[in-house]
Ligand binder design. Structure first.
Ligand SMILES: *Cc1c(COP(=O)(O)O)cnc(C)c1O
Length: 230
């Protein structure tokens, strides 16, 4: 079942890319394995998946330590500063940096471990009270501040769009995210890449790709519904 689901998602990505006149290779799929067993990850590895998304630090580190071969784990959930030490060095990309304070902690821990951490800045594009992320108009200021930290490399931006039944409702927000990315990219800030735009989940990844996303985080469409009560 996982293999078939994966194939269907990959086909959707392909057609969204075609529709947008972009190449399939341009978009990276992150399989969001949160709450799912390691055996599901192992199955997907045999299908060629190399990138997995987790939103809890403890779950990420457990899977990181027990997986049969090295794969890329992405931290996509909110990160508390007191847990930074557990993930630095174990994740290829932290998608959810949303404060200077958090960035300072990542800088400190990365320096201690003598490595450079790749991160994305999370934007709360619809200004939803229930969501983490900075306000769009705060983006440049935070990017500029974090860009001065030698053990952090800013790779781009991330957002979690509102939960909607009709993905078209998020199209304008995705477009706005893309514009923010381009605006900051055009300023060529030292130590800032702005090459990754992480947006699009099961309900809206096709629209997100059409609007410029090049990293989609898909859980349910690949693994099936999550059960949080186990
Ligand atoms: C859970 C989660 C996803 C995946 O959501 P689905 O709707 O299951 O595809 C993507 N991004 C983040 C940040 C998440 O927490």
């Amino acid at each position: 079942m996982l293999a078939e689901n994966l194939k269907a998602v990959q086909e959707n990505i392909r057609s969204a890319c075609e529709k947008a006149g972009r190449s399939y290779e341009d978009v990276k799929l992150i399989a969001v394995s949160k709450t799912k067993p390691l055996s599901d990850i192992e199955t997907l590895i045999t299908c060629g998946v190399n990138d997995f998304g987790e939103n809890k630090v403890q779950e990420l580190t457990e899977k990181y330590e027990n997986v049969s071969r090295p794969v890329n784990f992405h931290l996509i959930g909110h990160l508390q500063t007191n847990k930074v030490k557990y993930v630095v060095g174990k994740t290829v990309l932290i998608h959810s940096v949303d404060s200077l304070h958090l960035a300072q902690e990542i800088e400190k821990e990365s320096a201690k471990k003598n490595l450079v951490s790749d991160i994305l800045i999370q934007i709360n594009i619809a200004n939803e009270e229930t969501k983490f992320g900075i306000r769009p108009e705060e983006t440049e200021e935070l990017v500029r501040a974090v860009s001065k930290m030698p053990h952090i490399r800013i790779k781009g931006l991330m957002t979690i769009a509102p939960f909607v039944q009709n993905a078209e409702l998020n199209r304008g927000l995705f477009r706005k995210m893309h514009q923010i990315l381009l605006d900051i990219k055009s300023q060529s800030i030292d130590n800032v890449d702005m090459d990754i735009l992480s947006m699009g989940m099961t309900n809206d990844y096709r629209v997100a790709i059409e609007e410029g996303s090049n990293m989609v985080r898909v859980g349910t469409a690949i693994f099936g519904a999550r059960n949080y009560n186990i």
